[in-house]
Design a protein around this ligand. Structure first.
Ligand SMILES: [Zn+2]
Ligand SMILES: [Zn+2]
Length: 956
């Protein structure tokens, strides 16, 4: 890159972004994070759990949001004196990695994986796990997130897996692990069940428009009588074994042309054309009636079970369809329940890859979604289709490969959640949720409705499920540690200290059945990677094999945070695991954030490019602006928020730039400050800003203590605005004036307030606060603001009467300025008086009012009025002010500082201006820092128009 190019690139970077990068380096070089942890006592821990992310993709705004809250809260508690150790973790197992591996290896499906060899496949997955780790590291560092990144734990570590095994054995020993057959959403491409919350989490329900069909099921031996049933999944029709009706629902028999149909009375609207109702009945009257099978099913007879009749079921409604539901038993939760209840024949129609088995030879080998069309066509040709219509419904898809899922009854291992539900609900009472409504809303509802947790997966790259099962006597051995495996293994030499604990390395290890001494093998399933996330609190510590004392003393965590979908995922699984294992929740406080959407409210999407590149945003506004934006928006209250660059820009200006200007103002006068000055704090403005500053400490502390991050952030910006637009503006004259004591009081107060502010703002905006702190820092103080103690509120400095009075006069000022604006008179034009409503105020406030409103007198009365009678003297004064302002604008344009004095030349025809200069020469010179002033006749460079008639040209 040429020098010029690199300069250009640098010039795009904002000044705040530049010093943020310097600060990152400073923290690194001085080991500020490590020091911030180590300087706090070991017996005063504040425990924070980080939900481990996958490194299969690049970090996005969701991660930036959670990374920010996970930094702000620990920084706060660190400053409060706690030892907050933070260690990064990586989620390494499961479908996300396996899918990447399959793509890169150009293979697809389990058959090809097994042909290639599980060992080779798994090792490839292992090599891919941390592919983007470096990118994550860069982002985390640039965002100012303090965490031990290098020494991260990984869910694929053998120590981690061993702890997970231990956890599963505990679940088993408590009688909460069982093997069963359940209806589960199933991905035919990945050939594994997918849990409900995984599907719900990533919004894997997509709206699809498909054919829904109304089918004529002919009543047995009555060629003209049909039951009308409806389905949105025509491919399930070949497997039909029964029809379900609601026993108390009203049904009708209608005649249409030569045929008769039965359907729910409430659904008559679906009938097309003329018809006549010929009978009415209840659902229970239909129960038991037999009908002709749609297809002859291979293997049905052999099962010897009754099928193809009308049954009653409680899930039938008249909301859509016909009020008559077709059931194939294995392709829906309700169907399956009904099937078990009625002992209907179970005849799976699909194989594990989603293709039709041979039960109906016509469709054999066809992919289930593709079979929809073929089935419809076939029924149509046979005259069994009543009608077909397009129907939009939300259909679940695999969250990794986007294949449409179907329900399937497959054998799997489950944690019995029903048995511990009451405890889960009780333990939730001990958790502090932010926002609060989640506790008895979303989370409790999730607990109440939770199904048993399927923890087995029919995949490869995962922790192996530690279950060995005897085929001879049925004994189940659950292994809880490497030592136990070694003890029971047929060949103990296979279990070494560094043995890898993945499927391909553990599968060859056989053990002896504890009951019949048969040599037995591990079951083929691996563990759902959510078990690993759930085990994170103890598995990251390799508990109970290591860190036993530490863990037992420091469990549960004080704090976790994640976005809304984790309520039914990570938060939930951790809660289940810790309730079973330790009888308490995993975390005491939890912040649930909402989701960040694109500006137009759609989902942020890389391909649509509907959001700004975070790196560009960092450079344009500084990370602090983004952090503050995220922490102060309702997304912190669990609400979805459309990302707004405009708001980031606003924060940049109102918070960063304003604060920096205040700081620069102070630094300009710092050399005039007497460091040994003893303040008297007599000035109401000083009293006011000190009161405000202490209130700020109080508010931020209270809200941070209760994890109300929005309420802890917003007052920071409000404070900076008041500091700048009121306090600093009001003290300019004092700082520049002749009264030395008054100057010192003001400078002392401003410094005090700045020092206090950077501490309370440090967790949210760690960079600008550090920068300012560095410049204000005294030699004996900590090297970083983040190593300072959190300030305590000095209540003695909060003067409520000063706050009230100031509030009152500011309101009055606002009103009076509005009157001025209405009358079209600039503030620079002095006016004789204003009358305010209310009681007389002390002189100091009167002075502020006079000054702010530019009036000579303040009266108090019953009405609010402004005297706009401009006398000659007032007009001259107004002209003076206008000229001072314009001259100073020219000074600024010429890039002069307060250290540059000028020689001024003025030329004017205006009598008023001449008169004014005559009266106010000295004051004017002082106000524009002029050494000399001469009235000249020749025309000069800068033309200044003070009013319609008064024009001046001047040069210096
Ligand atoms: Zn899939
Ligand atoms: Zn046995």
């Amino acid at each position: 890159m040429s020098q010029q190019q690199s300069n250009q690139q640098q010039s795009k970077k904002n000044k705040f972004a530049e010093f943020e990068e310097e600060i990152v380096k400073f923290w690194d070089e001085n080991k500020c994070f490590e020091k911030s942890v180590q300087q706090r006592p070991e017996n005063k821990q504040y425990v924070f759990y980080d939900g481990p992310p996958f490194a299969t993709g690049l970090p996005h705004y969701g991660h930036i949001l959670s990374s920010t809250i996970k930094d702000v809260v620990p920084r706060y508690w660190t400053m409060k004196g706690y030892r907050v150790e933070r260690r990064w973790g990586w989620d390494c197992h499961g479908l996300p990695i396996e899918n990447i591996a399959e793509k890169e290896l150009k293979i697809s499906g389990k058959k090809q994986i097994e042909e290639m060899g599980v060992a080779k496949f798994n090792e490839f997955c292992r090599s891919k796990v941390l592919e983007f780790a470096q990118e994550w590291g860069k982002m985390v560092k640039r965002m100012g997130r303090w965490i031990e990144f290098e020494n991260s734990y990984k869910t694929m570590d053998n120590s981690y897996i061993e702890s997970v095994w231990w956890g599963i054995k505990q679940v088993y020993e408590k009688g909460l692990l069982y093997e069963g057959r359940k209806i589960l959403l199933y991905c035919s491409r990945c050939e594994t069940p997918i849990s409900n919350f995984e599907v719900a989490m990533d919004n894997s329900y997509k709206d699809v428009t498909e054919s829904a069909v109304f089918i004529k099921f002919q009543a047995k031996n009555q060629p003209n009588l049909f039951f009308l049933a409806w389905t949105t999944t025509p491919w399930t029709l070949p497997g039909n074994v029964a029809l379900a009706v609601g026993s108390d629902i009203d049904y009708v028999k209608i005649r249409q042309k030569e045929n008769e149909y039965i359907l729910a009375k409430a659904r008559l609207e679906i009938i097309e054309g003329e018809y006549e109702i010929i009978a009415e009945m209840k659902g229970k009257d239909l129960v038991g009636i037999e009908y002709e099978p749609l297809y002859e099913l291979r293997g049905l007879k052999e099962l010897g079970k009754k099928s193809h009749y009308v049954a009653s079921a409680d899930f039938v409604t008249t909301e859509d369809g016909t009020g008559i539901v077709h059931t194939a038993v294995v392709y829906g939760e309700d169907d399956y329940r009904l099937g078990l209840e009625l002992d209907l024949p179970v005849l799976p129609a699909l194989d594990e890859t989603g293709k039709f088995l041979d039960i109906v030879p016509k469709f054999a080998g066809m992919f289930f979604k593709k079979a929809n069309k073929a089935v419809i066509q076939d029924l149509q040709e046979r005259g069994i289709l009543y009608k077909e219509e397009q129907y939009t419904h939300s259909y679940p898809h695999c969250y990794r490969c986007e294949t449409p899922l179907f329900y399937n009854a497959i054998p799997a291992w489950f944690v019995n959640v029903q048995k511990i539900k009451q405890q889960l609900i009780e333990q939730n009472e001990h958790i502090h949720w932010v926002p609060e409504h989640i506790k008895h809303g979303r989370f409790l509802k999730g607990l109440e409705g939770a199904p048993d947790w399927n923890i087995s997966r029919n995949r490869y790259w995962a922790s192996p499920l530690p279950i060995w099962k005897c085929k001879k006597c049925g004994t189940v051995e659950v292994i809880g540690s490497k030592a136990e495996l070694k003890e029971k293994a047929v060949d103990p030499s296979l279990i070494t200290e560094n043995m890898d604990m993945h499927k391909h390395t553990v599968d060859p290890i056989q053990i002896r059945c504890g009951t019949c001494s048969e040599v037995i093998s591990r079951i083929p399933e691996v563990i759902d990677c959510w078990v690993e996330s759930a085990s994170m609190p103890f598995a990251a510590q390799h508990y109970p094999f290591e860190n036993q004392e530490w863990f037992e003393k420091n469990f549960p965590a004080q704090f976790v945070a994640e976005y809304v979908a984790q309520t039914r995922a990570w938060f939930y699984v951790m809660h289940v695991m810790s309730t079973i294992l330790f009888g308490k929740p995993s975390f005491e406080n939890v912040v649930m954030t909402g989701t960040i959407m694109a500006t137009d409210g759609s989902k942020m999407s890389k391909s649509k490019k509907n959001y700004p590149d975070p790196w560009k945003l960092f450079e344009k506004y500084g990370v602090d602006s983004l952090r503050y934006y995220l922490m102060s928006t309702p997304v912190m209250n669990g609400v979805s928020v459309n990302f707004s660059e405009k708001e980031v820009d606003e924060i940049y200006k109102k918070l960063l730039v304003t604060l920096w200007n205040v700081h620069t103002f102070y630094m300009m006068f710092r050399e005039k400050q007497n460091q040994n000055f003893q303040p008297t704090r007599q000035h109401v403005l000083d009293q006011w800003i000190l009161s405000k500053a202490q209130l700020l400490v109080q508010t931020v502390t209270k809200n941070m203590d209760s994890y109300e991050v929005i309420q802890a952030s917003r007052p920071l910006l409000e404070f900076v605005q008041e500091l700048s637009t009121w306090y600093v503006r009001r003290i300019r004259d004092r700082v520049k004036g002749e009264n030395e004591d008054d100057r010192q009081e003001a400078l002392y107060t401003l410094e005090y307030v700045l020092r206090l502010f950077v501490k309370v703002a440090a967790p949210v905006v760690p960079f600008i606060t550090e920068k300012i702190y560095q410049e204000l820092r005294k030699e004996d103080e900590p090297i970083s603001v983040h190593l300072c103690d959190w300030p305590t509120t000095d209540i003695s400095l909060i003067q409520q009467e000063v706050l009230d009075a100031m509030q009152l006069i500011r309101e009055n000022i606002e009103k009076a300025l509005a009157l001025r604006a209405e009358a079209g008179i600039k503030v620079r034009q002095p006016l004789p008086s204003v009358t305010l409503v209310g009681k007389e105020l002390p002189q100091t406030y009167i002075d502020i009012l006079k000054d702010e409103l530019n009036v000579k007198e303040i009266h108090f009365g019953d009405a609010f009025t402004l005297d706009t009678n401009i006398t000659e003297a007032l007009r001259l004064e107004g002209l003076l002010r206008e000229l001072v302002r314009q001259t100073n604008t020219l000074r600024k344009k010429a890039k002069l500082t307060i250290h540059d004095c000028i020689d001024l030349k003025i030329q004017t025809e205006s009598e008023a201006v001449k008169k004014m200069l005559h009266t106010y020469e000295e004051e004017y010179k002082k106000s524009v820092l002029a050494n000399s002033l001469s009235i000249v006749n020749d025309s000069q460079t800068n033309v200044v128009k003070l009013s319609e008639d008064d024009v001046v040209t001047l040069s210096f």
